[in-house]
Design a protein around this ligand. Structure first.
Ligand code: G3P
Ligand code: MG
Length: 249
């Protein structure tokens, strides 16, 4: 049975670029725009606590410094992860996965949780991140397990996620779809493939869809381009421009 997405449009990093990425404010913004689905990135903070963060270091999106795993979830909850985007988001903290999941459930937002292992940690940390994040998601979405989709660029994270929460759907992420995409999806029983829209073509789209997999691509900020991708057969697009895509949400 082919994987079915909750919505054709998914808010990238929570609220796209019109709210601070990977924050609760971003999730609320997506909901206000009428979005039913969000994507966000999850990494392990100190003591292996999952938090929402894209980068390996804190500097770009917060007023903190240093490597993400050196900070505790409590310390991250005191940082300002909003001002870099806009002064009206000043004081918006780095949220825990638990807080984000609670908000998604409360707002009835479908969540694509991207497992984003801290890159310098290599395969061992990727596996730990996959195991911990998947187990947390299974607990946090226990009443509605189909409302969450796990994804990762890291095969070690997908394999560990499968072991710790086999009941949750998984997607493999690729910047460019590799020639052996089918074998890679089968390796960890993924139900979907997510890829960079810039490197996708119509023939590859047809092959993935004919094989029965879900297909989402990022980051699509032009509704005309989205219409072309949907025409090819792409199931869903991840966008930063919630304002332009609100009508499709
Ligand atoms: O999950 C799709 C997309 O978010 C992957 O790229 O770097 O924005 O996490 P990135
Ligand atoms: Mg992401």
């Amino acid at each position: 049975m082919p994987y079915t997405y909750r919505s054709r449009v998914i808010a990238h990093r929570g609220g796209g670029t019109l709210a601070p990425e990977n924050t609760l404010a971003g999730l609320r913004y997506a909901h206000q725009c009428g979005f039913a689905a969000v994507e966000f990135d999850v990494m392990l903070a100190r003591h292996d606590v999952p938090v929402l963060m894209h980068d390996d270091t804190l500097e770009r999106t917060t007023n903190g410094h240093g490597a993400l795993p050196e900070a505790s979830a409590a310390e991250l909850g005191q940082l300002d992860a909003g001002s870099w985007r806009d002064a009206r988001f000043a004081g918006e903290p780095v949220p825990s996965l638990a807080a984000a999941a609670d908000l998604c459930v409360a707002l009835d937002l479908f969540a694509n949780v991207e497992i984003k292992p801290w890159a310098p940690g290599g395969d061992a940390l990727a596996a730990l991140t996959g195991r911990v994040v998947a187990a947390d998601c299974a607990r946090l979405w226990r009443a509605a397990p189909t409302r969450v989709l796990l994804s990762s660029f890291e095969p070690a994270a997908l394999g560990a996620a499968r072991q710790s929460a086999p009941q949750l759907a998984r997607a493999a992420l690729f910047d460019e779809v590799p020639a052996n995409w089918r074998a890679q999806l089968e390796l960890h029983a993924c139900v979907a493939l997510h890829c960079n829209a810039k490197r996708l073509d119509a023939a590859t789209t047809r092959a993935i869809k004919s094989a029965g997999y879900g297909l989402m691509c990022w980051t699509v900020n032009d509704p005309v381009r989205a219409a072309e991708l949907f025409d090819w057969g792409v199931d869903a697009v991840c966008t930063d421009r919630l304002d332009l895509f609100a009508a499709m949400a």
